[in-house]
Design a protein around this ligand. Structure first.
Ligand SMILES: [Zn+2]
Length: 96
């Protein structure tokens, strides 16, 4: 089995994400442990959405792309929708 490759986020894209989260006021501590340091996941997450969950897992349908920040102490993960952040353009030119 061949594992898919992951292209790390560029430093420019990471800066755009961090700047946008800061602009939006995302600066609270971890809701689980109170720690104040987070790391940015080095890739995007993509959550499929569907109106009929009985249809099974659908590839290529509508989805919610997100970025994740992870508490560096306990691993709690917080996801933020790229669309709400106005960052969907980051996906253009990236891996599909
Ligand atoms: Zn934590």
């Amino acid at each position: 089995m061949i594992a898919p490759t992951l292209t790390p986020l560029s430093e420019a894209d990471k800066k755009k994400i961090v700047d946008k989260l800061t602009e939006k006021g995302v600066r609270a501590g971890c809701p689980m442990c109170g720690h104040r340091n987070f790391v940015l996941a080095d890739g995007y997450l993509n959550h499929p959405i569907q109106s009929n969950p009985k249809a099974g897992f659908v590839f290529g349908g509508p989805s919610i792309p997100t970025i994740a920040i992870i508490c560096s102490n306990c691993g709690f993960t917080s996801q933020h929708a790229l669309g709400v952040l106005g960052l969907l353009d980051l996906l253009e030119g990236g891996q599909q």
